[in-house]
Design a protein around this ligand. Structure first.
Ligand code: NI
Length: 147
């Protein structure tokens, strides 16, 4: 069962925010591009994102996420190196997806679960392996504590 991320009857508090005008213009442009017409909703969404990031980066709890990697499988020993790192973290890696994107490039997505600092360390090891072209760790939460 999924908890609704924000209960409709949560009371709203009005407060005023100051920011540089160009930043506000960019915020409005982004909201428009996303189809959001309510500035308060847009700001609340950004605040939630920041809080998730902060809590997952600093908390001691177990978090879930994904690590995305793009690399050239022709590069000598790269695939073995990445596999070796992953086997060292087999308890944190729940599932992996490998897609052969074109003749050279592979996309790998790892679904991970564990303490945030361990996931960060695993991601750093993978992303700094020579030959990895791009990659990203995305950490999320169950949503239970979000308002
Ligand atoms: Ni491949």
């Amino acid at each position: 069962m999924h908890a609704h991320p924000h209960a409709p009857r949560d009371p709203l508090t009005r407060f005023s925010v100051s920011m540089p005008r160009p930043l506000l213009q960019k915020l409005d442009a982004m909201a428009k591009a996303r189809g959001q017409h309510n500035r308060s909703q847009t700001i609340a969404e950004l605040v939630r994102g920041g809080i998730v990031e902060h809590e997952t980066a600093t908390g001691q709890g177990i978090v879930v996420g994904t690590i995305t990697l793009v690399y050239d499988h022709h590069r000598h020993h790269l695939q073995e190196a990445l596999t070796h790192i992953q086997h060292d973290h087999c308890r944190e890696i729940i599932s992996t997806l490998h897609v052969h994107m074109d003749h050279h490039n592979c996309l790998e997505v790892l679904v991970v679960r564990g303490r945030a600092e361990n996931l960060r360390r695993l991601a750093d090891q993978l992303l700094t392996t020579r030959g990895v072209k791009h990659g990203k760790l995305t950490v999320t939460t169950s949503g239970r504590n979000l308002v």
